[in-house]
Design a protein around this ligand. Sequence first.
Ligand SMILES: [Zn+2]
Length: 249
Amino acid sequence: MQSDPGNQEYNLLMSTAYFLFLGRLRDFLPHNQREQFNRVDFRGRQSIKHLAESLGVPHPEMGQVQINGQEGTLNTITRDGDQVQVYPIPDGYPAEPRFLLDNHLGRLAAYLRMLGFDCLYRNDYRDEELAEILQQEERILLSRDRRLLMRKVVTHGYCPRSLDSLQQLSEVVRRFDLIKRVVPFHRCLRCNHPLETIPKEAVLERLEPLTKLYFDEFMICPNCKQVYWKGSHFERMQGIVEKLSEASS
Ligand SMILES: [Zn+2]
């Protein structure tokens, strides 16, 4: 007799499914589990998404799903014996990307702002606050905390693999195909507000003697009043942009 999904007895039965992860999803698995189908035992009705996450892969990183060779989705209910292949979400992003970064990614936030990207970052966000922001605005969560990325409220997200902030920048630029959207020297590194040009005379008394001498173009953040000019910061940033462009071409 066939089990009825509503039946108590059915819920107690142990089922088994097998998961193979492809491409950069393998980064989330221990080395010896990367090339193989990984066995998951489960009870009751469990989505592909839930079981894949139980193996350590956060859902915002997952794209196409194949179940026994047929197209499935992350919400498909897993059946006993299923062989599941999960592909990474393709590079790119359908809209103007805006980011939200967790407390540990301050340097990455500064780099992304340097390239002109809207980045919310504070070093004291609580997880609940991050979730609230994601509920209110469509933002891409950047975090190395996989449990945070696995939260239901996260639709778009990425887990930087590297601990090095420049390497993280390069990963994020590639993942969201940012290179064509780069507008340097356009956003405040301190508070994320877009900058405005300001005549030199207006900031003259705030400048060091050498800055006064060598620079003529100035920008100001209308929010926090920080003044910017195309000094060493700018040259360094141009070097970074050039490297990123080379890497993505
Ligand atoms: Zn500012």
